[in-house]
Design a protein around this ligand. Structure first.
Ligand code: PLP
Length: 305
């Protein structure tokens, strides 16, 4: 069982916010748990409980070599006394990067598969070969989005968040967005910032809403123009923004998800997207572990927690 630390909304102050007459707060999910950071805490908690109550002793999941989800699963499984197996996309590179080294340190068994094999991650045949190899396990999909994950992310907001007119989140697989959507209070607007390039995400979100029969008291909008070239792509402008944000507010962002969202929000505030009087709550979905590996890989310094 994972226990959340108290989560606070930190109010940001800046002349631009005063000038535009908007309030901006940030929900610090990056501080929710000492090891299972951010939205992954909420996505994993009911899955881990379910695995334990169904009598499984092993969790198996999928991810890239820098995946927040992989590390969070390794940490969550350990905290729940479960073994964990990570199916990792791509060749094994030694020494392991900081994400995978930490996962192994937490007891996760890694299994590297080439990209073509990895693409079969949802196919029954491939899943069966994994079962032959590793025995019985509780399966969590790549990115961790399933019904129990959405149940978890529907708990990110609490009654005190009712006063906000706009809630903003990053979108990867859309599990976090879906849970937030289902838990909106009356007339709240959910703004999602896709970390991936492409318009497919609109359909993806529609599918999630339908498959899990989510209803909402509010409305949503998805922005697909703040991906900076695509998933895990970046520009100097994004890196500069992350440093600027850190220097102004002492809050660390990551270049894969939260940096892109925060950039988008700031841009929209500047462009008068928000009416005066708007109260915006930005969800900091964590993921800061990846900054160390990003800096090693690209030789680009980033703020680190
Ligand atoms: C995984 C992750 C996301 C994406 O969450 P989804 O539920 O897959 O949309 C967003 N932000 C961070 C920091 C993440 O690690």
């Amino acid at each position: 069982m994972l226990e959340a630390l108290p989560i606070k909304n930190q109010i940001l102050s800046h002349p631009l916010l005063e000038e535009k007459g908007v309030e901006l707060a940030i929900k610090r999910l990056d501080l929710v748990h000492p090891t299972v950071s951010g939205n992954k805490f909420f996505k994993l908690k009911y899955n881990l409980d379910q695995a334990v109550s169904m009598g499984f002793d092993t969790i198996l999941t999928f991810g890239g070599a820098f995946s927040n989800h992989i590390l969070a699963t390794a940490q969550g499984a350990k905290a729940s006394n479960l073994k964990s197996i990570g199916i990792i996309r791509g060749d094994e590179i030694r020494p392991l990067n900081p994400t995978l080294a930490q996962a192994v340190g937490l007891g996760m068994q890694l299994h590297f598969v080439d990209r073509a094999t990895y693409r079969q991650k949802k196919e029954v045949e491939f899943i069966n070969t994994l079962e032959e190899k590793f025995g019985q396990y509780y399966l969590i999909p790549e990115g961790g989005t399933n019904a129990l994950a959405i149940q978890g992310t529907a708990e990110i907001m609490g009654i005190a968040d009712r006063k906000f007119s706009h809630i903003t989140t990053c979108i990867g697989t859309g599990g976090t967005f879906s849970g937030l959507y289902a838990s909106l209070y009356l007339d709240q607007n959910l703004l999602g910032f896709s970390a991936l390039k492409g318009e497919f995400i609109h359909q993806e979100i529609n599918d999630l809403i339908e498959r899990y029969q989510l209803s909402s008291s509010g409305a949503y909008k998805i922005f697909t123009n703040y991906h900076f070239g695509g998933y895990a792509k970046y520009t100097q402008e994004l890196i500069d923004f992350i440093w600027w944000f850190y220097e102004k507010f002492e809050i660390v962002l990551d270049p894969i998800y939260t940096g892109k969202m925060a950039f988008g929000i700031w841009d929209l505030i500047q462009k008068d997207h928000f009416l005066p009087g708007s109260k915006i709550l930005m969800i900091h979905s964590g993921g800061l572990q990846g900054n160390v590996g990003f800096t090693q890989l690209h030789k680009i310094p980033l703020p680190i927690l």
